[in-house]
Design a binder for this molecule. Structure first.
Ligand code: ADP
Ligand code: MG
Length: 481
C-alpha cells in the first residue's frame, strides 16, 4: 500500500494515546509492590485501596522514569507540574477518582521520528503526564470480583498530535514508542500483557479538507498487527458511512480480532465531566535545571540516533541498521561483533541471517546466545584471513551454537582449516579431470555449465575445505581447450 494516498478521496487522521506502565518496584503513591501477577489483592495497602485518611506520597523512581521518557520524546519538562483528581465512578477505582495530571502535565511538546517504507515521519507529542493505574474487575455471571494489585501502579500517558495518516504509520509510531521505552529500561513494552496500552483515535475527511472529522476511539488493542488492522477497518467503516450518508458518532469502540471489525463499546460519548481539580494531598512536583540536566546525561543513545550512527560509521544499509537497533541488546551485540571481526557488514549479515534465525527458532534472547559476540567476531575474522572458507564457517557456526566452544578450537579439533596449498589442490583437480574425461570434453565443446560440476567435485574431495578461489583459478586454467 502506498503511503501517499492510501484511502482514495479520503484522508485518515489518527492520534494515539499510549499508556506506558513504568516498571518501578513499588507503586506510584505508596510502598505496595508494583509487581505483575501474585495472588489477588496481595499487593495492596490503605493508600492504593483508598482508605479514608491514607495519604499518598510520590515515588521518586516513577518521576525519574517519567522525566527520562519525556526527554527521550523531545518534550519540554515542566518545572512545576501538578497532580489532579479525575473523578469517575467505577468499581476498579476505589477512591472514586484517579490521580492524574490535567492542565499542568509533566511533559509537553515533543515528537517521535521514525522511518516508514523509506520515508521519514515525525509525529508530534502533545503531552505526557503521570497517573496511577486502576484495578481490574472480572465478571462471573452473578457476581464480579475486583483485584486491586494493579491499582496505583505508575503510568505515563503519552498523547500524540493527530499527525498520522495511515494505519501502518500508527503501528510504526507505536513500535517506535516501544523501542524507546525499552531502550530507556522504564517499561518492558509488552502489549500482550498490557504493560503498554494504546488507544487509537481515528477520523476521516475529504482529501484537502482542513477541518478535522468526528473521531472514534478504539480501546484496548493488544498487538501492533491488530492496531494496524483495527485502524484500517475503522477508516473503511467511516468512509462507508460517509458514502452511504450515515452519520459518524463520536464514540468508543472495541476491536474484535476474530471477526476483524470494530464495534460500539460506549455509544455517543456522554460529554464526560471529570471535575478535575488539584489533588490537595500531593505537593506540586518542583524540578530544577540541575535535576533535568542530570536525567538528560543518563539517557542512553536512542534507537533512531543509533540506527543513523550505524549507517554513518559502519556504512550499513538502512535496512540492516534498523533491524540491528530494534533492541538495545542486539545493537550492543552487533557492535561487539563488528569490533571483534573488523568487518561490520559481515557481522551484520551473520547476525541478521544465521544468528537471528537460531535465536528465533529456540526462542532465545540475544543476551542468552550460546555464541558470544567475541566468538562470532573471531570466526568472521578467520574467514577474512582465509583460515576457513565461508562454507566451512557455516559448520563452525553450527558447532559454536551447539557447544559454545571457541571458533579456533572447533576449527583445530575438527581439522576445518581451509586448504590453500595450491600444489595439493592441483593434484586433486588433476585426479578429477582424469576421472571424468567425458565432462571435460563436453565442457571444452562449449557446455560451460559443467564448471560447477568440477568445483563441486573438488569441494567434495576436500570436504569443502579447499579455497574456492584456488579451485576456481586452477580449473579455469586446466579446462582451457
Ligand atoms: P479527548 O478530550 O476526547 O481525550 P483529546 O483532544 O485529548 O480528546 O485527544 C485525544 C487524542 O485524540 C489525541 O491523541 C489526539 O491527537 C487525537 N485526536 C483529537 N482529535 C482527533 C480527530 N479529529 N481525529 C483523530 N484523532 C484525533
Ligand atoms: Mg484523552
Amino acid at each position: 500500500m502506498s503511503s501517499e494516498a492510501p484511502y482514495g478521496d479520503y484522508e485518515a487522521v489518527i492520534g494515539l494515546e499510549i499508556h506506558v506502565q513504568l516498571q518501578t518496584k513499588s507503586k506510584v503513591f505508596c510502598n505496595s509492590s508494583a509487581e505483575f501477577g501474585g495472588h489477588d489483592n496481595e499487593n495492596i495497602c490503605p493508600v492504593c485501596t483508598g482508605m479514608p485518611g491514607a495519604l499518598p506520597s510520590l515515588n521518586e523512581k516513577a518521576l525519574e522514569y517519567s522525566v527520562k521518557t519525556g526527554l527521550a520524546l523531545g518534550c519540554d519538562i515542566r518545572k512545576r507540574s501538578v497532580f489532579a483528581r479525575k473523578q469517575y465512578f467505577y468499581p476498579d477505582l476505589p477512591k472514586g477518582y484517579q490521580i492524574s495530571q490535567f492542565d499542568l502535565p509533566l511533559c509537553e511538546k515533543g515528537a517521535v521520528e521514525f522511518v516508514l517504507n523509506g520515508e521519514k515521519k515525525r509525529v508530534g507529542i502533545t503531552r505526557a503526564h503521570m497517573e496511577e493505574d486502576a484495578g481490574k474487575s472480572t465478571h462471573h455471571g452473578e457476581y464480579s470480583l475486583i483485584n486491586l494489585n494493579r491499582a496505583g501502579v505508575p503510568l505515563l500517558e503519552v498523547v500524540s498530535e493527530p499527525d498520522m495518516r495511515s494505519a501502518a504509520e500508527a503501528a510504526e509510531y507505536a513500535r517506535s514508542m516501544q523501542k524507546i521505552v525499552r531502550y530507556l529500561g522504564v517499561c518492558d513494552g509488552n502489549l500482550e500483557e498490557g504493560s503498554m496500552r494504546a488507544d487509537c483515535n481515528v477520523s476521516i475527511r475529504k482529501r484537502g479538507a482542513t477541518k478535522l472529522g468526528t473521531k472514534v476511539e478504539i480501546k484496548n488493542i493488544n498487538s501492533f498487527r491488530f492496531i494496524e488492522k483495527a485502524i484500517d477497518y475503522e477508516i473503511q467503516r467511516q468512509i462507508d458511512c460517509v458514502e452511504t450518508g450515515e452519520p459518524i458518532y463520536q464514540e468508543t469502540r472495541l476491536y474484535d480480532p476474530d471477526k476483524n471489525r470494530t464495534f460500539t463499546m460506549r455509544s455517543k460519548e456522554e460529554a464526560h465531566d471529570y471535575r478535575y481539580f488539584p489533588d490537595p494531598d500531593l505537593l506540586p512536583i518542583e524540578l530544577d535545571d540541575s535535576y533535568i540536566e542530570k536525567m538528560k546525561r543518563q539517557l542512553p543513545e536512542l534507537p533512531l540516533a543509533r540506527a543513523n550512527r550505524f549507517i554513518q560509521d559502519y556504512k550499513l544499509p538502512e535496512y540492516d541498521a534498523f533491524v540491528l537497533t530494534q533492541e538495545r541488546d542486539l545493537a550492543d551485540y552487533f557492535e561487539q561483533v563488528a569490533k571483534a571481526s573488523g568487518n561490520p557488514k559481515a557481522a551484520s549479515n551473520w547476525i541478521m541471517t544465521d544468528l537471528l534465525r537460531e535465536l528465533n527458532e529456540s526462542k532465545k534472547d540475544v543476551t542468552s546466545s550460546p555464541i558470544s559476540a567475541d566468538y562470532l567476531g573471531r570466526m568472521i575474522a578467520m574467514i577474512d584471513a582465509g583460515t576457513i572458507s565461508g562454507k566451512i564457517a557455516k559448520t563452525v557456526f553450527a558447532e559454536m551454537w551447539a557447544s559454545g566452544d571457541e571458533p579456533e578450537k572447533i576449527v583445530k579439533e575438527k581439522g576445518l582449516t581451509q586448504i590453500t596449498d595450491t600444489a595439493a589442490i592441483e593434484k586433486i583437480i588433476d585426479g578429477i579431470l582424469a576421472a571424468n574425461p567425458n565432462e571435460v570434453e563436453q565442457y571444452r565443446a562449449g557446455k560451460e555449465k559443467l564448471f560447477g560440476f568440477f568445483v563441486g567435485q573438488a569441494m567434495k574431495a576436500t570436504k569443502g575445505q579447499a579455497s574456492p578461489e584456488i579451485v576456481n583459478g586452477l580449473l579455469k586454467t586446466k579446462l582451457k581447450p
